[in-house]
Ligand binder design. Structure first.
Ligand SMILES: [Zn+2]
Length: 494
């Protein structure tokens, strides 16, 4: 029966510290094909229920599956981006079980010969890098979707939408290399970013394009053997994953500390109760009676095909971060933010290519642009300020034609109206219109009023120079070209 969260009593930190957690994740990603894996039906999300179906994906007698090459290619992209070995020969198997969402009575998946094995990804957690192994990546078909709510007779009947049945999936199984819920979170984040960069999946968790199950166990620190593991399903968001793991870890330790044993079972995360609930025990686990799928030939991946897919991979986030640091002089933090998504990284590079200094571009994108995009709920692709327009603005600021303060006003207007910076500067009269004689006059006044600071500067106190610059900028109401102010002050004070 359901165990309420109150059943897990708070455990003292020194007791928790005696144990080490072991976590492995199984992630399903929907591959971004137009049609299903074994038939020509559309994979479009959100179509009316049971409109994208045919005899093949409905499992009618006498039909035969035909493998979608694009699905294999996308799974190869994923495998290679995850540093896996893509095998020359892999094959499909039947996983037999009886459930309404599976019209054939079996799922076509891969079992003893998966497409790819032995990969890894590197996660970055609290500034420390750690490599997480990937055991295998295989291809399979998705099942239909059970709809338990929202219909007039939902209380007594289950409704099924077969549109999803036969959608291509890649299942990605990690090694049990993670030791904290935070590491699991970082792994899923990195995996998702890699799938998005490579265009393998849209990874939309709300639409079920990315789904995650976790295997979790605890053992006393220093122990060699793994503890009994529990599988937690239904982790439909990054937050659920972390909360479910935190809950399970405390539950395991609580059971062990009170002299009990963990039973190997599958549990479901129940978000409304904030706890996991037993779904089935090991004794009731399915015997799937796998056997090779007789209706499909083995998959053969030639060297040349694998090389071709490898060559088509884009620069991956890790490599891009390293290049942004080396080529553009960014900090690791800035490089991390700007490579969050491929479109954001592309935007930054376009601004730099259009002539803006990299460091300035990085700062403006992270502060002005991302803040305004966030406030207006827009993605970078829909930015009203194009990379070229931002570069134009930054050049105006950099050359001193407008001040940084004016630049921010201009940027706001560019964002709101989509007009060019030159237009806005002209219309608002923001260009640094203080001519050199006016700057010189202001500088002479400031010098005359501050004989003490002049003496300090002349005796070698370079720091006082900033005081003079500040005073002149103030006297010209921030409209003077800072470079001209610098030059004139140097001349007058030397
Ligand atoms: Zn179909």
């Amino acid at each position: 029966m359901a165990k309420s969260s109150s059943e897990v009593a708070a455990i003292a930190p020194d007791v928790l510290a005696k144990y080490e957690t072991v976590i492995g994740l199984e992630v399903h990603v929907q591959l971004l094909t137009n049609s299903k894996i074994f038939c020509g039906c559309s994979t479009r999300f959100g179509d009316p229920p049971n409109t994208n179906v045919c005899p093949v994906c409905l499992g009618l007698p006498g039909t035969l599956p035909v493998l979608n090459k694009r699905a294999v290619e996308l799974a190869m992209r994923a495998s290679l981006a995850l540093n896996c070995m893509v095998h020359e020969r892999s094959r499909f198997a039947r996983k037999n079980y009886f459930y309404p969402d599976l019209p054939k009575g079996y799922q076509i998946t891969q079992y003893e010969l998966p497409l790819a094995t032995n990969g890894w990804i590197e996660i970055d957690h609290d500034g420390a890098k750690k490599r997480i192994g990937i055991t295998r990546l295989h291809l399979e078909e998705d099942a239909a979707k059970n709809l338990h709510e929202g219909f007039s007779e939902s209380a007594t009947k289950a409704y099924i939408d077969y549109n999803r049945c036969g959608t291509p999936l890649s299942e990605i199984v990690s090694e049990p290399d993670m030791r904290t819920p935070e590491e699991a979170y970082a792994y899923l984040t990195t995996l998702r970013q890699t799938m998005l960069y490579t265009g393998v999946s849209d990874c939309n968790m709300e639409e079920g394009s990315l789904r995650c199950d976790a295997n979790v166990s605890v053992r006393l620190r220093g122990a060699k053997e793994f503890g009994t593991k529990v599988e937690v399903k239904n982790l439909n968001s990054f937050r659920y994953l972390q909360k479910a793991l935190e809950y399970e870890i405390e539950r395991h330790i609580g059971v062990l500390e009170s002299g009990g044993r963990i039973s190997q079972e599958t549990r479901l995360w129940n978000q409304s109760e904030s706890c996991t609930v037993s779904m089935r025990s090991k004794e009731k686990a399915h015997d799937y009676r796998y056997f090779p799928e007789p209706d499909l030939l083995p998959i053969h991946v030639s060297n040349s095909w694998r090389e071709e897919v490898l060559r088509s991979l884009p620069e991956l986030p890790e490599a891009k971060r390293a290049r942004f640091i080396a080529a553009h002089g960014l900090t690791p933090y800035d490089a991390g933010v700007l490579t969050t998504t491929q479109p954001l990284a592309d935007y930054f590079e376009s601004v730099v290519k259009s002539g803006a200094p990299a460091k300035t571009a990085a700062n403006w994108i992270q502060t002005e642009l991302l803040r305004r995009l966030n406030d207006s709920g827009k993605e970078i692709e829909a930015s009203p300020v194009s990379p070229a327009a931002l570069a134009e603005l930054l050049k105006l600021v950099e050359s001193g034609q407008i001040t940084a303060a004016s630049g921010k006003k201009v940027f706001a207007a560019m964002f709101d109206t989509g007009r060019s910076p030159a237009d806005i500067v002209a219309a608002e009269g923001l260009s640094s219109q203080v001519d050199e004689s006016a700057i010189e006059q202001a500088a002479r006044d400031v010098i005359a009023k501050n004989p003490d600071n002049v003496a300090k500067f002349k005796s070698g106190n370079e720091g006082v120079f900033k005081f003079f610059v500040g005073q002149v900028m103030r006297a010209t109401r921030g409209q003077a070209n800072p470079q001209a102010v610098n030059d004139i002050l140097r001349k007058l004070l030397s």
